[in-house]
Write a protein that binds this ligand. Sequence first.
Ligand SMILES: [Zn+2]
Length: 487
Amino acid sequence: MDAGTDIRLMYFPGFAINSLEEKEVKKKNEAFKLNVFNMDYTGELPVKCPNCGEKLIGHGKRPVLIVDTPLKAEPARLNMNMPRRRCLKCNYLWTPEVQEIDNNHLITKRAFADITQKAIKQPFIDVAKEYGISVNTVKNTFIDFLNEKKSTLRFTTPAFLGIDEIKIPKLGEVTVITDLEHRTLYDMIEGRNQELLRKYFDELPNPENVLWVCSDMYRPFEKPIHIDLPRARWVVDHYHVVAYANKAMDSVRIHVQNQLSKEKRIKTKKGLAYTLRTRLKRLSTEEQLLIRECRKNPVTNPIAVAFDLKEEFFDIYDEHKNSKADAQEAFAEWEKKIPEDKSFDGFQKLVGTVHNFYEQIFNLWECPIYITNGFTECTNRLIRENSVKGRGTSFDILRGRTLYRKANLEKIEANGMMYIGPHIPQKGSIFHYEETKDIRDDYTEDESLFFNSYDYDPFIGLRPGIDYDPETGEILQEFEDKEEVEW
Ligand SMILES: [Zn+2]
């Protein structure tokens, strides 16, 4: 018996190996050698029935063939001869319980762990060959593994953590946690509130890993970040901040448009809302002229003023990338320019918001990497697609499909951010793994090293779920000027 065999025995106390057989297995397209360890039970046999105390009597033996880890790179099986004892009074049947065997799969737990680890990275067929099992068995094993994964598969806690949210029909709010440095999805939490996040961070392994957190301006995040992530600094995602400038501008636009008769309302090809949200440099000559015209007329002038304020607000970011002090000064100058008029209240609210989150907003300038949840928008699109595809699915299914999709796992793996945790069998909610190859996973990489509001999607933060074509900017679902601007 070689060392490998001794180790094998250590896993199965109460069993002895009485022989090692080498069998030739021939299947349709392949032939391989199978190492079969014939094992006998040498442990104790119970005398009394645990149910009724009656004497147990021998009930023969049942051989069970168990898949184990390969022996010298060749498939191996344990042929375990299981004694059985029966109670004649209550029909209780005793057979040895072997801790190291996963009875649902007739596989040793270490083989299960090895197969599933390999199945993350290798084609199922390679794993199947190594173990002398079918591709389907590998696949099913992997599915079961995914079911357990919630408690076992760990991703290294990221240094740059993104928190975003998405609303899913029927499921409600979902908190999306991302690794912003490696642009991977880290996790998803059902719901969004302080309590949930505190619980989540509390259970996060190595919370000290997190150095920066990027999120929107949601004050309840403050406690979880500061208390549970001891080294983290909070940055408010600048996309969310500039989105407020757009909203403030929308209020002015709506206010002015409502003063005009239907015929006199200002119209542009893409809609005035879209035109105004476009950055100045990207406007057509026609659109620029239109804003100039607005400026001349006292009634429409606020639209031009609001447009300027929006542009200048974006420029606080774009024109002062290298100096936090300059950016802060630019903001101080900017807030002085807001007209007193009530229709500009949205901008005053923005001023209040910036002062409320002053530290977090200007932390951006100190963060060593370009930190933004912009990438999360792509993830959110994927989550939405998954949600639409599996209509009425549970949160866990949605999470599994998104988090464990190949591209995400591969990226996490490639960045060395994945490890398989200890085997902790856990009962509870499960999710199913499905092939997701038809789901688009090709979000574009943003190579810019610093934030750039020109890449800003003018409709982020407008209204959750507004339907528009990101290619053309065409609004598929008209939004009315009369509509209330949400804050
Ligand atoms: Zn009994």
